[in-house]
Design a protein around this ligand. Sequence first.
Ligand code: HEM
Length: 493
Amino acid sequence: MELLILEEVTTTGCLFSVIIPSICPLILLLLSWKLWYVYYNVSKDPQLSLPLPPGSLGFPLVGETLSFIMSGAQFFKNRKKFYGNVFKTHLLGNPTIRVSGAKNVRKILLGENSLVTTYWPTSVRMLMGDGAISHAIGATHRMRRKALLKAFSHDALTSYVPIIQEVVQQFIQKWCREGYVFGYPECKRMAFKVACRVLVGFNMPAPEHQKLLTVFHVFLDNLFSLPFNLPGSGLSKGMKARKILLERIEECIQQKQTQENDSGFNDAMKLMMDMEGDEKLNLEELKDVGLELLFAGHATCASAAASLLSQLAKKRAVVDRIADELKQHGLEDDRSKLSYDVINKLSFVSNVVKETLRISPPVGAGFRKVIKSFELDGYQVPRGWTLAYSIRETQEAAEMFSDGEKFDPDRWNQIKDEKFHYLPFGAGSRACPGKELAKLILKIFAIELSRSCTWKLLNESAQINYLPVPHAADGLPVEFSQIITNRPRAFTI
Ligand code: HEM
């Protein structure tokens, strides 16, 4: 009997020692989950009797970040399908409301400084620095933008054309020599070289350029990280890369200050350094703006250039139409020099670029912080929350783009008022200041491709990854060959 009782006690003790340690963490998990939801539900604005948008806040602290990183654009598409144009989530350390649809996006973009203000995730803010234009607000923002826009005036863009053309031609010739290349990393190299030369004024030998690009990619790959700067974390790797890049930019600024410039060409950074009065930027601001320009001007253009390469490969008839247009303007010879004014006359080339940015917008969304609670689609958008206005889903859902999956440059001949339905460069007071330069680079790329080579995609149905910008997961393998003209080539990179 005693033995039996002892056995029972031991068994019950064993059960407790197994059950309690396994149940306690579960209870704690459920409790913290509940508190997580309660915390954000009470952070609603009591002045507005509207509910929060539908959606999930995911797990405590990490929210839905891991799922977002793993599924990219599909993450938003699935939720939009399930919850509609306005839904809540929790990403990169912030409760976030994701919004799509032209009417909703218009309200956000025109509400800059009254309803919303600029806000990028903590990791982006730390990596880009306080001097970045995209983080400045009010008068500082206006001043910095004004300074930057001088670097994209008609005269400045005209002076950038020969440099862009030279870099683009060099890359296409290299691809033709090599025959088989990975289109996306090559477009990144090309866009980085254009950004280095035109925006910052770096002109370095190929190995040094490659080293800088490698550091830049560490910076870029960790831009959207969890906001913990711990050893080995994404943010810490990004911060180390930022330090190296800023040192190189500072060297470049010092060279410009001390050395005579006899090339007759002024890059965007030099134009900003020469600014006087209120618009003059100090050294720290200049360095941050230089880094921002390299980032903004390179990753986006690389993604768009690779999309262009891919779309044109699938639509040879479009390439033939570009070639016809070039012929009409006497530009069919790949040695002829381009000028900004002539490029602006090529309406079909312009439509091709517009359509590429519609089908695959390089920036999927813009971020804001809500400064005054307001209503959207019958839900409240509470003060203090992060807001992401979607470019990709807004363009995809726009009814004016009938047969939206089709790459059809001619659709742009009919479309009249696409504002807020078509937003590759954003809109309002924070619209992309580099958009004319970006379009120019893409037009020159389309022209040089169409008149100097033929190319073929080796995988027409590659999976697309969306972070940090859309790109073919397999790197976009492409086979290039040159259009034979019996002329010697003298380009090297
Ligand atoms: C295809 C290429 C490009 C695309 C698709 C693109 C897209 C965008 C978008 C959507 C925004 C607005 C984000 C928001 O609303 O918060 C933006 C802002 C910005 N872009 Fe671009 N961009 C491109 C190229 C460039 C280039 C070449 C530069 C610079 C040389 C540049 C510099 C900037 C800057 C500085 C901002 C921040 C503006 C501000 O906050 O006032 N971008 N870009």
